[in-house]
Design a binder for this molecule. Structure first.
Ligand code: ADP
Length: 472
């Protein structure tokens, strides 16, 4: 159980971030310590070397002025003054044999390194070496220097104080480092927890949503950092999904509603045909009615499919040169008899040719839907006007205005949704798919449809189509 918790903790991002933080901190501190350590030891050694060299120079000067005896005496006195465990002197001939020395009882294990004397004989500079005293693990720094053409001095100085300093330095470093790494891990843990707590909130919300609570949202703090941006985007995505789900639900309700009536009718006809005997002409009428209902259903299903494919960009539109002015003229000619039947005046002011790249069949369908609505929702005695202009950038702007029933502000927000029909137009035949398809087709051509309307005064539908539709 406890082990399981530890293992789970080990796999968390916060734990790994903390490890990284503490690890990087420890490595950086060690590198800094090594640099500092190397610097300090080399400075200390440099200082000792300078002291040894100064001593040799003083002996050399003494030898030149007062002779070997004076050097000998001075060496003995200085060794005593510094402490016999700290410094020693040996005077050597060129073969490395000692002919005089300070008190060597403490240093008897340290001999003469003939290898160090050889470079001196070749008259190069003084020679330094660091030697570990056998069995005592104590270090001593030794200088070999020539006092005269025939005399060499060996001066040794214990590195005890330097070693003590370095030891103390190491101890302080280890204690300080342990405390600092512990603190760094604490700070790292705090920072990592702070950073991932937002992600955890998103995960928690996602879990609640997968459990069915679609209305849950991630709490957003006003910090505006990346996590808050993630939370905001996540919430926006949820809003969008919820809207889509509501729309899908409404759509399925509408589909169910719209499919139910014709199917029920078809079923009723089939039942009557089975259970009662009718005359041939009555059977013919029932068959015709069934075909009509089936056509309506098929048309609805095909339109739904076409809208979905067009919106998804699956329906491939051709890109041919279309004279939109001619297309509008033809559409108006087609609707003229219907408008006349209804006593609606359909006016069209034909402009000069206006070419654009697009799919003739689909553009025709889009125009028909808009014109059909304009005529359908305009009462007898009213007027529908179609015009075509060009924008500065060369886009074609088709405007279809009518003096019909108009659309309320609330309905304007929904009329392009699939199956949406305003209450006041339910007396008219229709499926509520015409405008959805028209807008999907306009958008697939890189354009759009907008509408302005006043209830009981009329509506204006404006279709914008760019000169060249975007390639699929
Ligand atoms: P429908 O098959 O019902 O005409 P549409 O998608 O073409 O479906 O239109 C959706 C709704 O928008 C219509 O039911 C109608 O209420 C409203 N509408 C569309 N065009 C007009 C118009 N020119 N005047 C008034 N209302 C309109």
């Amino acid at each position: 159980m406890f082990l399981g918790k530890i293992l789970k903790l080990g796999s968390t991002l916060a734990f790994r971030l903390t490890l990284w933080y503490a690890g990087i901190f420890a490595v950086c501190s060690c590198v800094a310590f090594l640099l500092f350590y190397t610097l300090i030891t080399s400075v200390l050694q440099e200082r000792i070397d300078q002291e040894l060299l100064g001593q040799a120079q003083r002996f050399s000067a003494l030898l030149a002025t007062e002779g070997i005896e004076a050097v000998n005496n001075s060496a003995v006195i200085e060794a005593q003054a510094a402490g016999v465990k700290k410094v020693f002197f040996r005077l050597l001939n060129l073969t490395g044999d000692a002919f005089s020395s300070s008190n060597m009882s403490y240093w008897k294990d340290i001999g003469v390194n003939v290898g160090a004397i050889e470079p001196l004989l070749r008259s190069s500079g003084p020679v330094f070496e660091t030697v570990v005293i056998p069995n005592r693990s104590e270090q001593v720094r030794i200088l070999y220097a020539r006092l005269s053409p025939t005399i060499i001095v060996q001066i040794g100085q214990a590195l005890e104080s330097q070693s003590r300093f370095v030891e103390a330095f190491k101890r302080i470093f280890i204690i300080t480092m342990s405390v600092l790494i512990f603190l760094a891990a604490g700070v790292g843990w705090f920072m990592a927890r702070r950073a991932v707590s937002g992600v955890e909130a998103v995960t928690r919300t996602a879990q609640m949503i997968s459990g069915g609570s679609l209305q849950e949202r991630v709490p957003v703090k006003p910090r505006g950092d990346e996590i808050d941006q993630l939370a905001t985007t996540f919430n926006q995505m949820l809003d969008r999904i919820q809207t889509l789900l509501t729309e899908i639900k409404e759509m399925t309700d509408n589909i169910a509603h719209d499919l139910r009536s014709p199917i029920a009718r078809i079923r009723g006809i089939a039942e009557v045909t089975l259970t009662t005997s009718k005359s041939l002409s009555e059977y013919e009428n029932m068959a015709a009615s069934t075909i009509e209902d089936c056509d309506r259903l098929l048309d609805m299903i095909n339109t739904m499919l076409l809208i979905s494919k067009t919106e998804a960009g699956v329906e491939k539109l051709s890109r041919e040169e279309v004279d939109i002015a001619a297309l509008i003229r033809k559409a108006c000619e087609l609707f003229q008899p219907i408008a006349e039947d209804k006593d609606v005046r359909l006016a069209y002011r034909p402009p000069e040719e206006t070419f654009l790249l697009g799919d003739t069949r689909m553009l025709q369908r889009m125009l028909s839907n808009i014109l059909d609505n304009a005529v359908k929702y305009t009462s007898p005695g009213g007027k529908v006007e179609v015009s075509l202009t060009k924008s500065k950038s060369g886009d074609a702007i088709v405007s279809v205005s009518d003096t019909g029933v108009g659309i309320s502000e609330a309905d304007l927000l929904h009329i392009f949704e699939r199956f949406y029909r305003c209450d006041r137009s339910r007396s008219q035949p229709g499926t509520g798919l015409g405008l959805s398809l028209a807008r999907a087709l306009a958008r697939a051509h890189g354009g759009d449809i907008t509408v302005t309307s006043t209830v009981n005064q009329g509506s204006i539908f404006t279709i914008t189509l760019p000169k060249s539709a975007p390639s699929a």
